[in-house]
Design a protein around this ligand. Structure first.
Ligand code: C2O
Ligand code: CU
Length: 482
């Protein structure tokens, strides 16, 4: 009957078509990301060669929701941030569509001193689909980490959420939405956070609004006044998706801190650039020249002149050489015995054709697996963990682990010889591999993802989870961290 309708050729082409379509259909179907996803049940647990929890042994389990900062005590710094979706007027006057905090983007600079109890109330006035605030680089208690579906539920329009944490580590940080973070961060739902002490400092938050590069909300060249002879610490924050070459021109400078951690024995460099990964921060220190001229910070097409009012701006461009943290500064004790780790993990980034959530394309893989079937790195509190991050995906990835700083041990097999290099935002170029180590000292469920947020939204995301911590938040149903 069928053979009469289709004929022999017809049957053969039908068989060929099915032979092609059925497997494709299967690949498509299995790539769909479930509507609801428990962060702890994603992919496969990877114990890195260390002990796994004993069956049914849930004694002393802690819930993410209980891993909060201090709930009592009068805060030293109190901030309310009202989030809105609206048209922004940049500090330099241009108008773009995006998001504001208290009517501006970047949002207000939050300054705290070491040891301060910080309390931030996020009020969502008009960000449809909800929002959160993540404190990028601040190693705080898990429930304050601000990741929708992992450490809290997204704050809906009309809702509020209070974050409380102690500002423990002086340095340069930033905050940003971690709900639909790709679009919300690009749209400016972010701002700077500085934990002092320090003398004269200048915050230079770099962000691209609608393809316009800005420094602290200003396109082109802007100025801050500082007297001749003043020592300034320029805190550069890269809030964009790609590497930023930044540096000071007009006087030698020292790279005094990276990702909120001071470097040991920084030496002066001149006209060199620092390659600042997406999400990363660098503190550059220099003295305003005594001859009445100014310094200039160059940061990817925008610049900031620092010096006496009206001082001439140095004309020379940023030179071609780059500071390499692998050998910059002087070694010092790290307090971490990376030679005897409790666990070793591989974080191998690749790319392959297929489907992701039903869409055909070239998709990121971690250890050969696509999201959400990616490895879940399992640790016990107190472990020394070693991780090898390698990249053969054809593109660079700025890798960001929440809640911890990692110590860089080597790059492409070449051991680090400079200052201890603690980072939370590490650029891993195509073809590169890094060995890093850290101490698992902050229980919770932590994101470990690419901070090119477009890549994260395409599945370059996994988690580090502590055994004995339970997470009842769910990704999906209004929580979409990327
Ligand atoms: Cu700056 Cu997971 O974030
Ligand atoms: Cu990436």
């Amino acid at each position: 009957m069928t053979s009469r309708l289709l004929g022999r050729r017809g049957l053969i082409s039908l068989a060929v078509a099915l032979a092609v379509l059925v497997p494709i259909g299967w690949l498509w179907f299995t790539s769909l990301v479930p509507d609801e996803l428990a962060p702890m049940e994603m992919g496969a647990a990877d114990y890195g060669g260390g002990a796994a929890p004993m069956e049914g042994h849930q004694h002393g389990a802690k819930a993410v929701a209980d891993l909060t900062g201090p709930r009592t005590g009068t805060p030293d710094v109190t901030v309310t941030l009202v989030a809105r979706k609206e048209r922004i007027t940049l500090a330099s006057g241009e108008r773009v569509d995006g998001y504001t905090l208290n009517g501006t983007s970047p949002g207000p600079l939050i300054r705290a001193r070491r040891g301060d109890l910080v309390e931030v109330t996020l009020v969502n006035e008009s960000v449809k689909g909800g929002t959160t605030l993540h404190w990028h680089g601040v190693d705080l208690p898990n429930a304050e980490d601000g990741v929708a579906g992992v450490t809290q539920d997204a704050v809906p329009v009309g809702g509020r959420h209070v974050y409380r944490f102690v500002a423990e580590h002086p340095g340069t940080y930033w905050y940003h939405s971690h709900q639909v973070s790709d679009a919300q961060v690009r749209g400016g739902l972010l701002g700077p956070l500085v934990i002092e002490p320090s003398g004269q400092d200048v915050v230079a938050l770099v962000h691209k609004y609608d393809k316009r590069r800005t420094i602290s909300g200003r396109t082109g060249q802007s100025r801050v006044d500082r007297p001749a002879g003043a020592q300034v610490r320029v805190r550069v924050v890269n809030t964009d998706d790609s590497l930023l070459r930044a540096g000071l021109v007009g006087a030698p400078y020292r790279v005094v801190a990276v990702d909120g951690r001071d470097l040991n024995g920084p030496t002066p460099v001149e006209n060199a650039a620092f390659r600042l990964p997406a999400g990363g921060r660098v503190d550059l220190e220099a003295t305003v020249p005594s001859d009445g001229s100014a310094l200039r910070l160059d940061a990817g097409g925008a610049s900031l002149v620092i010096g006496p009012a009206g001082a001439p701006v140095p004309a020379d461009p940023l030179g071609p050489s780059d500071v390499d943290l692998l050998s910059y500064g002087a070694p010092a004790a790290t307090g971490l015995d990376a030679d005897h780790p409790d666990r070793r993990f591989e974080y191998r980034i690749g790319r392959r054709p297929g489907f992701f959530d039903g869409w055909p394309g070239l998709w990121w893989t971690i250890n050969g697996k696509k999201y959400p079937d990616v490895p879940m790195y399992m640790v016990a509190e107190g472990d020394v963990v070693r991780m090898r991050i390698s990249n053969s995906s054809g593109q660079p990835h700025p890798m960001h682990l929440h809640g911890h700083h990692v110590l860089v041990l080597s790059r492409d097999g070449v051991a680090a010889t400079g200052s201890p290099w603690w980072t939370d935002s590490l650029e891993v170029a195509d073809g590169e591999s890094y060995e890093v180590a850290f101490r698992a000292d902050n229980p919770g469920v932590w994101m470990d993802h690419c901070h090119n947020l477009k890549h994260a939204s395409q599945g370059l995301v996994t988690h580090l989870a502590y055994m004995g911590v339970t997470d009842s938040y769910r990704i999906g149903h209004g929580n979409d961290p990327e």
